[in-house]
Design a protein around this ligand. Structure first.
Ligand code: LAN
Length: 761
C-alpha cells in the first residue's frame, strides 16, 4: 500500500543532507505489507471512483492521505452539527461547525507540525523527469513497478476526451501536454497501439505532429533523441558571459536580471543545449521518433520547425524581433559550437548549477530546474556524487493520490499552508480545541525559517539575501520569498500573542528582525514587492519570452499579493515592536500603499497572479489597505472593490471563479456550484473592509453557503483548481479548502455574530 512519509523518517541517508532533520519533507513510499486488506480495498474504491467521474471532476481530493489519517479522523472529538442550517446563524452554531472543521484538519497535521497536501496540477513536469531518468539510465532506480502503475493511472485519468493532454489537469488539450505525455507513456512501457497512446497520437497527427510542440517540449524531445537539436531556437549558454552591469546597456539582457525561475530553468537548458546532451539511441527511442510525426522523420524541415507552435498552445506568440534574434543566434551556432567561448560558457553554467544544487540541498528552486540540473550533473559525470544526490531528492517532488502519481510544482507548499492555517485557526479564538495543533504548527514555523545565508558571495550568484526569510516549503529548499516571509512572520507574531504554555515559546525577536530586514529589502522603486528578488529589469524585455505557453516569465514584477502581504506583516510587526526601524517601516508602508492603489483596476478589482483570480487579488488588495486603517467608510478604493465583489455573489450565496479569469484577465464565473475557496476570499475581503456594517446580508449568505458545503467529517470538498502561475498554468492548493473556510467563518462569527470590532490581518 502507498504510505505518506513525513520528515525525519526519511533521514539517515548520507546523500540526503538536511539542515533540520528533514522537517516538512514529504515523500510517498510503496510498502507491500502496509495496511489491512480492507484499507487496500478502500484505496482501490477511491481510485475507481475518481476514474468514473474523471470527465466531470478533474481534481483529485487527497483521499489517500485522508485514508491514512482514518484512525485519527474516526477518533476526533468534534463534528459539525448534522441538523439543517438555520436561516439565522448563531455564534454557537458557527462555533460548532468551526470545532468540527478544526478537529478534522488537525488529523491531517504531521508530527513536525506542517500540513501536507497535493501540489500537482501542471501536466508537463512528470514527463521531463521520466525523460531525464530514462536518458541517464536511472529510471528503474527511482521508479519501482508500483510507481509506474500509478504514473500510468495518472495519465489515463487526465487524458482529455479528445485524446490529448492539457497543460494542466483542467485545461484543454495542447501539443505540449500531449507530446510529452505520449512519450512518457511509451517510456513507461505502454505499447504504441494501446488505446491511450493511439488516441494521443491521433490528436497530434491531426495537428501536424510534434514539430508543433512548444519550445520547452522541443527541448525534452531533443534530449530523448526524438527531435533534432537543429529544430530548436538556440539556448545560447554564452549569455552567461555577458556583463551584468547596467552601464553596459547589454547588461539588461544578462540572465542574472531575469525572474529567478526563468533564469534557473534556462541555465541548465542552455548547458544541455550547448553540449547537445542526448539520450543514447535505443529501439524504443527509434520507434518513438517515427510515431510522433505524420511524415517520415528524415523528411522534417527542422529549420521551419523551430518556430512552429500549435494554436492550442499559443498563449504568448513570439513577436517579430524574437524571430530575427533567433535567426541570428541560429547562424551563430555554427561558429560557437565547439569553440573556446562555448567551453567557457559551459563551465560557467556548471558553476551556477552546482551552486544552486548545493544551496538547496539538491531540491532546487522548482521542478523544472531540478530535473534539468540532475541531467547536467549526469552529463558532467555520470558516476559523480552530485548526480547521486539528485536522485535521492527526486522523491521530494512526487505525490500520490487517488488519481495516480504526479510530479508537483514545488517540493510542497508546507510553510505557506502552515502559516495561513495558523492565522486562520488562531483567528477563531477557539484555543481550547486548537492549542495542541497550534503548538505543533509553531514548531514548524520556527524550524523552517531560513537561519543560514546562502553561500557567499551572493552577488556573484545573483542571489538576494535569505537570512531571516521564510521559504514557501521547507528550510532545506531555502529560497526566500517576499510574501512567504511575510506570512511566516505574521504567523509567528500571532502565536506570540497566545499563551506560551499552550502554543509554545515565541520565536526570539532577533530572528523576527532578520525577517523584517528581508521584507524591507524587497521593496522596488515602484513601491511594490516582487516574489523572490527585486525587479532587476524592464517589462519590455518580455518580448524575449520564448516560452509560448507562459506569460510574464522574464522579469520579477511587483504584485498585489506580495506587496499586500508585506504591508500586513510590517504593520503587525510595528504593533508588537513599535521601536524597531520605525521610520523605515512607516515609509515603506506608505510607498507600498501607493503601489497597491496604483494597480487597482478601474472596476475596483485587483488581478491575482498566483491564485484564481480576482477574488484572490481583491482579498490582498483590500487587506493591504485596511491594515493601514482604510475601510469601506473612509476609502473609495476599498469601497469600489467591495462593490465589485458584492455584485459577483451568486444565487447559492457563494462566489465561484473559473481559471479562465487568469488567462483572459476578465472575471469569469464558474459553471455549477460556487467555490468554497473563492467564497472565503471574497468574505475575508468584505469583512476586513467593514462591509458588514453597511450590509451584512451577503456575508450571512456566504457563511450559510460555506456551512452547507461542509461535509459531515468537518472537511470541505475539493472543487476546481485554485492556484496559477505565469497567467496560463494552474496549480493545486490542496489545503485551501480547509484553511480559507475556517478563516472566513471564524471572522464572520467574531465580527458579525459576536459584534467584535478588531480586524486582525
Ligand atoms: C509558486 C508557488 C508559490 C507562489 C506564491 C508564494 C503563492 C506567490 O505569492 C509568489 C510566487 C510563488 C512563489 C510561485 C512562483 C511560481 C512557481 C514557483 C509557483 C507557482 C510554484 C510553481 C511555479 C514554477 C514557476 C513552476 C515551474 C514552471 C516554470 C514556468 C519555470
Amino acid at each position: 500500500m502507498w504510505k505518506f512519509v513525513s520528515a525525519g523518517n526519511s533521514g539517515g541517508n548520507p546523500l540526503l543532507r538536511s539542515l533540520n532533520n528533514n522537517k516538512g519533507r514529504q515523500t510517498w513510499e510503496f510498502d507491500a505489507t502496509a495496511g489491512t486488506p480492507e484499507l487496500r480495498a478502500q484505496a482501490d474504491r477511491l481510485r475507481e471512483n475518481f476514474s468514473t467521474n474523471k470527465d466531470t471532476q478533474h481534481h483529485s481530493s487527497d483521499e489517500l492521505l485522508r485514508l491514512q489519517c482514518g484512525d485519527r479522523i474516526r477518533a476526533k472529538k468534534h463534528a459539525p452539527p448534522a441538523s439543517e442550517i438555520p436561516e439565522r446563524l448563531t455564534p454557537e452554531r458557527v462555533e460548532a461547525h468551526l470545532k468540527g472543521a478544526i478537529s478534522f484538519y488537525e488529523c491531517l497535521q504531521q508530527e513536525d507540525g506542517h500540513w501536507p497536501g497535493d501540489y500537482g496540477g501542471p501536466m508537463f513536469l512528470l514527463p521531463g523527469l521520466i525523460i531525464a531518468l530514462y536518458t541517464t539510465g536511472a529510471l528503474d532506480q527511482v521508479f519501482t513497478p508500483q510507481h509506474k502503475v500509478e504514473a500510468v493511472r495518472y495519465l489515463a485519468n487526465h487524458q482529455n476526451a479528445d485524446g490529448g493532454f492539457g497543460l494542466h489537469i483542467e485545461g484543454g488539450s495542447t501539443m505540449f501536454g500531449t507530446g510529452l505525455n505520449y512519450v512518457m507513456a511509451r517510456l513507461l512501457g505502454m505499447g504504441p497501439d494501446e488505446d491511450l497512446a493511439k488516441r494521443a497520437r491521433e490528436w497530434m497527427h491531426a495537428r501536424g505532429g510534434a514539430t508543433y510542440i512548444t519550445s520547452w517540449g522541443k527541448f525534452w524531445l531533443a534530449v530523448l533523441g526524438v527531435y533534432s537539436w537543429d529544430g530548436m531556437n538556440p539556448l545560447t549558454p554564452e549569455m552567461w558571459l555577458l556583463p551584468y552591469s547596467k552601464w553596459t546597456g547589454i547588461g539588461y539582457l544578462h540572465p542574472g536580471r531575469f525572474w529567478c525561475h526563468c533564469r534557473m530553468v534556462y541555465l541548465p537548458m542552455s548547458y544541455v543545449y550547448g553540449k547537445r546532451g542526448t539520450c543514447k539511441e535505443t529501439p524504443l527511442t527509434a520507434a518513438i521518433r517515427q510515431e510522433l510525426y505524420p511524415m517520415p522523420y528524415n523528411n522534417i524541415d527542422w529549420n521551419a520547425a523551430r518556430n512552429q507552435c500549435a494554436k492550442e498552445d499559443l498563449y504568448y506568440p513570439h513577436p517579430l524581433v524574437q524571430d530575427v534574434m533567433w535567426w541570428v543566434l541560429y547562424k551563430a551556432e555554427n561558429i560557437l559550437q565547439g569553440s573556446f567561448l562555448r567551453r567557457m560558457a559551459l563551465a560557467q553554467c556548471m558553476k551556477h548549477i552546482h551552486y544552486e544544487d548545493e544551496n538547496t540541498r539538491y531540491i532546487d528552486i522548482g521542478p523544472v530546474n531540478k530535473v534539468i540540473n540532475m541531467l547536467c550533473c549526469w552529463l558532467e559525470d555520470p558516476n559523480g556524487t552530485p548526480f547521486k544526490k539528485h536522485l535521492v531528492r527526486a522523491a521530494d517532488y512526487l505525490w500520490v493520490a487517488e488519481d495516480g502519481l504526479k510530479m508537483q510544482g514545488y517540493n510542497g507548499s508546507q510553510l505557506w499552508d502552515t502559516s495561513f492555517a495558523v492565522q486562520a485557526i488562531a483567528d477563531t479564538d477557539l484555543l481550547d480545541v486548537s492549542a495542541a495543533c497550534l503548538y505543533k504548527a509553531h514548531q514548524y514555523v520556527e524550524q523552517s525559517q531560513v537561519v543560514e545565508e546562502a553561500a557567499p558571495p551572493l552577488s556573484r550568484y545573483y542571489r538576494h539575501v535569505s537570512l531571516g526569510a521564510w521559504p514557501f516549503s521547507t528550510r532545506d529548499h531555502g529560497w526566500p520569498i517576499s510574501d512567504c516571509s511575510s506570512e511566516g512572520l505574521k504567523a509567528a507574531l500571532r502565536l506570540a500573542t497566545l499563551p506560551a504554555d499552550k502554543v509554545g515559546d515565541p520565536i526570539p525577536a532577533a530572528r523576527l528582525y532578520d525577517c523584517v530586514n528581508v521584507i524591507l529589502s524587497y521593496q522596488n522603486s515602484d513601491g511594490g514587492m516582487a516574489t523572490y528578488e527585486n525587479t532587476r529589469s524592464f517589462h519590455w524585455l518580455e518580448i524575449l519570452n520564448p516560452a509560448e505557453t507562459f506569460g510574464d516569465i522574464i522579469v520579477d514584477y511587483s504584485y498585489v499579493e506580495c506587496t499586500s502581504a508585506c504591508i500586513t506583516a510590517l504593520s503587525a510587526f510595528l504593533k508588537q515592536y513599535p521601536d524597531h526601524r520605525r521610520g523605515e517601516i512607516t515609509s515603506a508602508l506608505r510607498r507600498a500603499e501607493a503601489f497597491i492603489r496604483s494597480i487597482q483596476r478601474p472596476d475596483g478589482s485587483w488581478y491575482g497572479s498566483w491564485g484564481v483570480c480576482f477574488t484572490y487579488g481583491c482579498w490582498f488588495g483590500v487587506t493591504g489597505l485596511t491594515a493601514l486603517g482604510h475601510n469601506y467608510h473612509n476609502d473609495s478604493a476599498v469601497r469600489r472593490c467591495c462593490e465589485f465583489l458584492a455584485v459577483r455573489q451568486r444565487e447559492d450565496g457563494g462566489w465561484g471563479e473559473s481559471y479562465l479569469s487568469c488567462q483572459d484577465k476578465v472575471y469569469s464565473q464558474l459553471d455549477g456550484d460556487s467555490h468554497v475557496v473563492n467564497t472565503a476570499w471574497a468574505m475575508l475581503a468584505l469583512l476586513a473592509a467593514g462591509y458588514h456594517k453597511v450590509d451584512p446580508a451577503p456575508l450571512h449568505l456566504g457563511a450559510r453557503f460555506l456551512l452547507r458545503m461542509q461535509q459531515s467529517s468537518g472537511d470541505w470538498p475539493q472543487q476546481h483548481i485554485s492556484g496559477v502561475f505565469n497567467r496560463n498554468c494552474m496549480i493545486t492548493y490542496a489545503n485551501y479548502r480547509n484553511i480559507f473556510p475556517i478563516w472566513a467563518l471564524g471572522q464572520y462569527r467574531r465580527l458579525i455574530l459576536l459584534g467584535e470590532d478588531e480586524i486582525r490581518h
